[in-house]
Design a protein around this ligand. Structure first.
Ligand code: FNR
Length: 381
């Protein structure tokens, strides 16, 4: 793993190491994948202004909801993580505990939220996809709370499953019919196949008890059958009233939605375009972040993800207004590239890069990093 110099290196290795359908599910976006590309293009357009000889050694820690994390980033909720690499969720949860960063268990994670919570120590959060059945929502929240989880994100940007064309091309859709091509795909990735055999194929343990055995269905199909496709702010208000811990609303792009989330009592807003996996024409998350910043004030937290691949990208997000950031694919690229060691390498690379960029910017800490470090062109000759 030492030869992996960056997250993109890990992605290249992951692509070779896991079957095409698993790679397509992890790496893909929706539609023409414009949202996916835009996240990167717009991030790269954010230039930061270095100021040298400040005599400081940077501090990367960040406070969020009364907890001080060692790094200002966390592991975003990723459904079916076990498909990318068997055991990936638990390996990441252990890293979250050891590395002092939050990890968010997804409603549709392939590891039970209780197991993630235990492995992550106090650093597990929960992500809720609201079900059509309020009793399922209540039960999931009760379980998360009983497992010691105190922060929950409710995801609002999946009114319907995204247009995932790679999944269609790979026949990773319902009805799932593993044909010759699937068998060949698996057979030509023996490390993944063996690990999956040992571990068992990933299911949906958080939901299996409510909906019977859903093993073998695709995530996309499962979500479309369960998800509340007429979600309203009244539903989010109900969830707010049920969940006793801190609540973030995830998937916000429009400033007016951020204001609505705060109005119903959310503790923060999570700006995201779901990593380019939902709406092809969505703005880049970094652009939405700047717009949403203007309506999130006071104690409310502003969290962001989508497209971040380095500590330097995280610094860009900070300068544009994020209090804390998350990444999804980078950690699962790591796990797919090298199991637990690969996941650890991904955390290590991001942490080291963050420290480096703060030092290069002459910025004493994540806390201090703000728009003063934005190269906005006005200072140029
Ligand atoms: C996701 N994401 C996601 N979000 C969520 O709220 N619940 C979920 O179950 C999932 N599942 C999921 C699976 C996979 C394979 C990916 C890549 C992403 C979105 C995720 O939480 C996050 O918003 C994005 O991954 C951020 O973009 P990057 O960091 O992957 O570019």
């Amino acid at each position: 793993m030492r030869r992996m110099s960056c997250i993109q290196d890990m992605a290249l290795r992951a692509k070779r190491r896991i079957p095409a359908f698993a790679w397509g599910y992890l790496d893909g976006g929706s539609g023409e994948e414009g949202g996916l590309r835009r996240n990167r293009d717009r991030l790269e357009a954010v230039l930061l202004k270095p100021r040298f000889c400040t005599g400081v050694r940077p501090d990367t820690s960040a406070a969020l909801f009364d907890v001080t994390y060692a790094q200002p980033f966390g592991i975003a909720p990723v459904g079916m993580g076990g498909l990318m690499w068997p055991g990936a969720d638990l390996a990441l949860a252990a890293l979250a505990k050891a590395g002092g960063i939050p990890m968010v268990a997804s409603t549709v994670s392939s590891t039970a939220l209780e197991d993630i919570a235990q492995a992550a120590g106090g650093n597990a959060w929960f992500q809720l996809y609201a079900s059509r059945q309020p009793r399922i929502n209540r039960d999931l929240m009760d379980r998360a709370w009983a497992a010691g989880i105190r922060v929950m994100a409710v995801t609002v940007d999946v009114p319907l499953a995204g247009d995932r064309r790679r999944d269609v091309r790979n026949r990773f859709i319902l009805p799932f019919r593993p044909g010759l091509r699937f068998a060949w795909d698996v057979a030509t990735h023996p490390a993944w196949a063996l690990a999956t055999l040992r571990h068992g194929s990933p299911g949906f343990p958080n939901l299996a008890r409510y909906s019977g055995d859903v093993d073998g269905q695709t995530l996309t199909a499962f979500i479309s059958s369960q998800i509340k496709d007429d979600l309203s702010w009244d539903d989010i208000r109900d969830i707010r009233q049920t969940w006793p811990g801190k609540l973030l609303v995830k998937g916000i792009l429009a400033p007016e939605n951020a204001a609505q989330a705060l109005a119903i009592g959310a503790d923060g807003v999570w700006v995201s375009n779901h990593g380019g996996r939902q709406q092809d024409s969505a703005p880049a998350a970094i652009d939405a972040l700047a717009a949403v910043r203007s309506v999130v004030a006071g104690d409310a937290m502003l969290v962001m993800d989508s497209g971040l691949r380095s500590g330097e990208d995280m610094a860009r997000a900070r300068v544009m207004g994020a209090d804390f950031v998350f990444a999804g694919r980078p950690f699962y690229y790591g796990a797919a590239a090298g199991g637990a060691a690969g996941a650890a390498r991904a955390v290590e690379l991001l942490s080291a890069d963050l420290k480096r960029i703060l030092a290069q910017l002459g910025c004493p800490s994540w806390r201090d990093l703000d728009r003063r470090w934005l190269w906005d062109g006005r200072d140029s000759p």
